[in-house]
Design a protein around this ligand. Structure first.
Ligand SMILES: [Zn+2]
Length: 118
């Protein structure tokens, strides 16, 4: 798939974003938070992710080593994205692909990630 620009947001619609990705790599991760929240992430460079609305409606959730800064809407509770750093130190945005407008998870190719044992 070639890179496309997607729009999306949280469930109540106060947090909105635009993101460019080919969605070639979408995680199906077995770590505690991905399992409990049903998260499927696509990783994009920060320049390819723009928050269009709702910055003030986001709350950050941190756990474990605080390496990944999970961002969720304080009204509807949906986690839209997370900010983190790649092993080489560059910033990365982990987009919750379930927040993309009109997305159909069953049509995506998921990449299994063994986050539980990392
Ligand atoms: Zn919301």
């Amino acid at each position: 798939m070639t890179a496309k620009t997607f729009t999306g947001g949280c469930h109540c619609g106060q947090v909105r974003f635009e993101c460019t990705s080919d969605l070639a790599m979408v995680t199906a991760c077995n770590c505690s938070i991905c399992t409990k929240k049903g998260l499927h992430f696509a990783f994009v460079a920060p320049a390819q992710f723009q928050l269009r609305a709702g910055d003030e409606n986001l709350r950050e959730y941190l756990f474990n080593k605080h390496a990944i800064r999970h961002q969720f809407c304080i009204d509807c509770g949906v986690e839209v994205f997370a900010r983190g750093r790649k092993p080489d130190g560059t910033d990365v945005v982990a987009l919750n692909v379930s927040c993309i407008d009109g997305i159909e998870l069953a049509k995506l190719t998921m990449t299994p990630i063994d986050g539980r044992n990392m």
